[in-house]
Design a binder for this molecule. Structure first.
Ligand code: IVH
Length: 711
């Protein structure tokens, strides 16, 4: 390690301080700040590139870099030859022969919001002379988070593949590139008059393939890869191409970096636009961005497309860390030109960082609805992917022990998609010696029953079914959207009624005293009446909803539906043996045991009988029956799929509605598909469905109209 622990602590805290500070207006202060920025940036580059173990988010690094750039732009005399801004980052090692690219492989400038992109467009207009009233066309593509590659084709044959290296020279990894199926070994460039071409692209691994790859590694006793990018970058640099092949890498092409005819004339201008070039190479057999790709008529459309994808980045099959906005027309691009570092005709729109570092202040132990006791980290508030977070999951005891996480540690936290943020690891080098180990309780923190850890499980459980914490969580779940879906009875109200002693079991939900509720602060006759009606409605819910709302361990919506399809009323399940449950396709021994245990418990049966007496439906309804819809229902028996983002409902809600109307939701486009519902920014699924020709394509509005016909 190049830095002492004391240095590291100082540089970490200095980074955080610098992030808060504005660029000074007087030169002396700016010079001092520039020196500090250089020192911390060098440290972060070392952590990222050499140790592959960054301690700040990419976003924070970028912000530090931008501050340094801002100072150096304002006072060019402050630039030092060893400033991090004076080099283009390099991934060169000495394991492979070095080769020179045919044209420089520049990087991208970064933007983070709509204002940045609008400012960039103003610069593009200045450089190109295009007046404000004339829109400029842009292509927006995903910014793949993989490993950059350059492919050279001469007379239609792949002759060389290289890593990006320092942008001028890269490593020759041709044999490995040939092991990647998505890279054509030959392509008909000569058919369009191109004699020599250099294509740029990205090598990556599809998320689901990566997950399997890591599972296999764990099964073989190997260390799993930290992320898909590392697995792809490492895969490109294997000594043995068979090893590369075993990682199932993929490759997308996104730039025609160099193209000349037999006389050496540049072929970009005859082709005309980036989009046409990509269509051309797409037809030649290369994988080009389709999903997350759009030709936009102006910058506003480009911005909207970037923002829409930021919302649904988790739906993308590959890791992406942003979008790239590119001027489409090659003639305009030539007028923009490039800096040493990046072309001025392209701009990356970086998604908000999903990782950040902060301090672990305390650990709380929460008891869930099935008794699982989970550690929750209480954090110094930190801004992460657009929200401020102050708590995060610590998974379980094994996780805490294996990473030696302690109270007082600076920890790396991550938030992926809409899931709960979680602690990734502590930054050991920032320890001061004041950190305290986390004591895992051996008794339930609420009811004090000794905790039990079932063999083979990582989770400690409170086995007292009547534990007040479990009961409360079960009531919250019972009335939630995933349970009986009682509008107006959210978590806060359940907690309030619980505190007042009105809710002590699920059955109590159905004997609330509305006169008392009317008297409560924040309630009145109208809202109490609305609540009464919502609860009355819930009493008529189909059986599968009731089963799913009971918090039987391992029983979610799917299992609940399978059970509801097969009984006349819920009490029938009392007679079933575990073998009977296992007869059902989709139910294994663990689920069977769990359901059996639920019905073996007298207090559960008593609760169900009370609910029945209060009018809650316990019997199979029309909606529970398999294939209940008849031919006159337009969605009955049809297969359906959703693509793009929907305006009036989430994807999950739409799927539920379709299922409720008797349709079967598929996961991909195939000949089996009857209906594709298309939201905003549809991806390759739409194209595929159009190609098939047999698929009925509906807008969200048309889908809703069909549902309405359903009644
Ligand atoms: S265009 C000269 N398009 O992002 C044009 N780059 O952070 C520069 N990247 O080095 C490349 N997806 O490795 C372009 N759709 C995309 C990209 C993309 C990922 C990478 C590329 C570049 C890095 C810059």
């Amino acid at each position: 390690m190049r830095y002492t622990e004391a240095d590291q602590r100082r540089l970490y805290h200095l980074s955080k301080t610098l992030l808060q500070r504005e660029v000074p207006t007087d030169k002396e202060a700016a010079a001092q700040m520039a020196a500090q920025l250089r020192e911390v940036i060098n440290y972060h580059e070392y952590r990222y590139y050499v140790l592959d173990d960054p301690v700040v988010s990419d976003y924070e690094y970028d912000m530090l870099y931008k501050k340094l750039e801002a100072i150096e732009t304002q006072w060019p005399e402050l630039v030092t030859p060893d400033s991090p801004t004076q080099r283009v980052s390099s991934d060169l090692s000495h394991d492979f022969p070095t080769v020179r690219h045919l044209a420089p492989l520049r990087s991208l400038a970064n933007s983070y919001n709509a204002a940045d992109l609008l400012e960039w467009e103003r610069m593009v207009r200045r450089l190109t002379g295009v007046p404000d009233e004339q829109p400029i066309e842009y292509v927006v593509e995903p910014k793949f988070d993989g490993s950059s590659i350059a492919l050279v084709y001469e007379h239609d044959l792949l002759v060389r593949a290289a890593t990006r290296g320092n942008g001028v020279e890269g490593e020759d990894i041709t044999p490995n590139a040939k092991a990647i199926r998505a890279i054509p070994l030959q392509a008909p460039f000569s058919s369009v008059g191109i004699a020599v071409a250099e294509l740029r692209g990205e090598v990556l691994i599809r998320k689901d393939v990566f997950k399997k790859l890591n599972e296999e590694r764990i099964a073989q006793g190997l260390e799993p890869f930290a992320n898909a990018r590392n697995a792809a970058a490492g895969g490109l640099r294997m000594k043995d191409p068979r090893e590369t092949a075993s990682r199932h890498l993929d490759a997308f092409v996104y730039t025609l970096n160099y193209a000349v005819d037999a006389q050496g004339n540049d072929m970009h201008h005859p082709i005309g636009t980036h989009d046409k070039a990509m269509q051309l190479v797409g037809r030649m057999g290369f994988k080009v961005p389709t999903e997350g790709h759009k030709v936009c008529k102006d910058i506003h459309e480009a911005i909207a497309f970037c923002e829409a994808w930021e919302q649904q980045r988790d739906n993308f099959p590959y890791e992406i860390d942003g979008m790239v906005v590119k001027v489409n027309d090659y003639e305009l691009r030539a007028r923009c030109g490039s800096t040493e570092h990046h072309p001025r005709w392209a701009m990356a729109y970086k998604f908000k960082a999903r990782q950040a570092t902060t301090k672990l202040l305390a650990v709380e132990f929460q008891v869930g609805r099935t008794g699982a006791v989970t550690p929750v980290a209480k954090l110094e508030p930190v801004h992460l992917a657009g929200v401020t977070i102050s708590s995060a999951s610590l998974h379980n005891e094994d996780f805490i022990r294996s990473r030696d996480i302690r109270i007082g540690d600076t920890v790396l936290v991550e938030r992926a998609g809409d899931v709960i943020p979680y602690v990734v690891k502590p930054l050991l080098e920032l320890r001061t010696g004041q950190e305290r180990p986390i004591e895992f309780p051996r008794h339930c923190p609420v009811c004090h029953t000794p905790l039990f850890r079932p063999p083979g499980e990582a989770i400690w459980r409170c086995i007292n079914n009547q534990c007040p914490a479990q009961v409360l969580q079960r009531i919250i779940y019972h009335v939630s959207k995933d349970g009986m879906d009682i509008e107006g009875l959210g978590k806060a109200n359940v907690e309030r009624f619980y505190q007042l002693g009105w809710l002590r079991s699920l059955a109590d939900v159905y004997r609330l005293d509305y006169d008392k509720i009317t008297q409560l602060d924040g309630f009145g006759p109208k809202s109490a009446e609305n609540l009464r009606q919502a609860i009355e409605r819930a009493k008529h819910n189909p059986l599968h909803k009731l089963i799913a709302s009971l918090s039987i361990p391992l029983v979610g919506k799917k299992v609940a539906k399978l059970l509801a399809q097969r009984v006349y009323c819920i009490f029938d399940l009392q007679q079933w043996t575990t073998a009977d449950f296992e007869q059902i396709d989709g139910i294994g021994p663990a689920v069977a045991q769990s359901v059996r245990a639920f019905f073996d418990n007298e207090s559960n049966l008593r609760m169900l009988r009370q609910m029945e007496a209060l009018g809650v439906n316990m019997c199979q309804t029309e909606e529970d029956k398999p294939h209940k819809r008849t031919a006159h229902s337009p969605l009955a028996g049809k297969t359906i799929l959703f693509t793009g983002s929907l305006e009036h409902m989430t994807r999950k809600e739409a799927q539920e509605k379709a299922e409720a109307a008797g349709a079967v939701v598929l996961s991909g486009v195939s000949k089996k598909l009857d209906i594709l519902v298309v939201g905003n920014n549809p991806g390759s699924k739409l194209r595929k469905a159009q190609q098939l020709g047999s698929v009925q394509i509906l807008s969200e509005k048309e889908f809703l109209e069909l549902l309405e016909q359903e009644g």
